[in-house]
Design a protein around this ligand. Structure first.
Ligand SMILES: Nc1ncnc2c1ncn2[C@@H]1O[C@H](COP(=O)(O)OP(=O)(O)OP(=O)(O)O)[C@@H](O)[C@H]1O
Length: 372
């Protein structure tokens, strides 16, 4: 039973309830009061606020984060001098009800106005995942609600790039994305043990991607980035089918060979009538740390040539930067950990320039019936 005592105390219990209830659950992105997770919020004469919160799961990894947020919220209420936060868990029935409510409330999978970008490259190793991860962080730093789906099922790298290795909380078949550096993340790497290889193929793969889109509670998003595997294989095709609203963001190096392969992805997008948001040239130049001189180890001009070929814009040129590579190895995206590094500056500018591209509905098969 929920209790909200109105006994004599130095604290207005309704004000306490409202303040604490507004604290957002970090995975559901809604107030814990609204979610039915706040059980008790009561102040005593000495100014101690006693708060009880029911977690979605007993082993909730964000328990300490919630404790801090609840304590901070309680201390904003006049008369509260200290806060004691206790945790319990939702019952099976309450979890089911919450999952049903969240599913029922969703008019779309991520939000009707969400901009979806498929970050793709022709060949591997051009830095597509690094660009996607840092672009996601840069967009989050601009105040956007950002999701990043690691659709590179076999070569997933989001867990490593964000330094996150936990299993997502599952709420009766609804998976909650993990959150790091302000970005909501989902990757097959969160579901397999110890970097195990993923052996899914064909229909199973399609099903897994479908579940990532339908059974992950992304909440309202402004932007969803899809980190595609390199090339034009099964996953790319499945995703184009499953997320017809996605716009292509093509990543290439300046090297003519890389650009030629990347143009195949562009042609595929054109065949599928997928809009193109633009091109990002990665590993553009190498800046000498000592003298500041720029050299071009991978040649020059590939990004611009690809953009011209696709009839789109070259949105950014990201330099070859040891800071970005090191950041990826330590699990702290360079945009978050070393914002002044040349690559971080270029990626932050890319986030600011990213055009809002939406696919028109013309030519799409829509699940509509004509009513006469
Ligand atoms: N601008 C850059 N400067 C320095 N190192 C970079 C840069 N971009 C990427 N790298 C490094 O290059 C390697 C490949 O990058 P990444 O994994 O992002 O490529 P990818 O295109 O997603 O590869 P794949 O699709 O094959 O997994 C990583 O070690 C990464 O740290």
């Amino acid at each position: 039973m929920l209790t909200r005592s109105r006994g004599r105390s130095a604290v207005d219990d309704t004000a306490l309830w409202n303040a604490v209830g507004a604290v957002e659950d970090p995975e559901l992105h809604r107030g814990i009061g609204e979610l039915g997770m706040l059980r008790t919020a009561r102040g005593d004469r000495a100014g101690t606020a006693r708060v009880e919160v029911a977690l979605t799961t007993a082993g909730c990894p964000l328990r300490e984060h919630l404790r801090e947020a609840v304590t901070a919220a309680a201390l904003t209420v006049p008369g509260v001098r200290r806060a004691e936060v206790a945790f319990t868990t939702l019952s099976a029935r309450q979890r089911m009800e919450l999952a049903q409510r969240l599913r029922g409330e969703r008019s779309t999978r991520f939000g009707a106005r969400t901009l979806v970008y498929a970050v793709a490259s022709g060949k591997g190793g051009v830095g597509k995942s690094s660009v996607a991860a840092n672009l996601a962080v840069a967009l989050a730093r601009r105040g956007k609600r950002v999701g990043l789906l690691d659709a590179d099922v076999w070569g997933y790298s989001v867990p490593q790039l964000f330094g996150v290795r936990r299993n997502p909380v599952a709420l009766n078949g609804l998976m909650l994305p993990l959150q790091a550096h302000g970005v909501r993340l989902m990757s097959v790497g969160f579901l397999v043990a110890d970097d195990a290889p993923v052996l899914w193929r064909g229909p199973l793969l399609h099903k897994a991607l479908e579940q990532f889109l339908a059974d992950v509670h992304w909440g309202e998003l402004d932007v969803l980035l899809l980190d595609l595997p390199p090339g034009t294989g099964d996953i790319t095709l499945s995703l184009l089918e499953l997320v017809p609203e996605a716009a292509l963001l093509a990543v290439t190096t300046p090297q003519p060979a890389a650009q030629a392969v990347a143009s195949r992805v562009g042609r595929l997008a054109r065949q599928q009538r997928m809009p193109v948001a633009g091109v990002v040239e990665n590993m553009s130049t190498l800046v000498c740390a000592g003298c500041g001189e720029h050299t071009a180890p991978f040649g020059a001009g590939g990004g611009q040539r690809l953009a011209d070929e696709l009839g789109t814009e070259l949105l950014g040129r990201i330099p070859l930067d040891a800071a970005l590579r090191e950041a990826g190895d330590t699990g702290l995206p360079v945009v978050a950990g070393d914002a002044n590094a040349p690559s971080a500056v270029a990626l932050t500018e890319l986030a600011a320039r990213l055009p809002a591209v939406r696919r028109g509905l013309a030519g799409l098969a829509l699940p509509l019936t004509v009513v006469r």
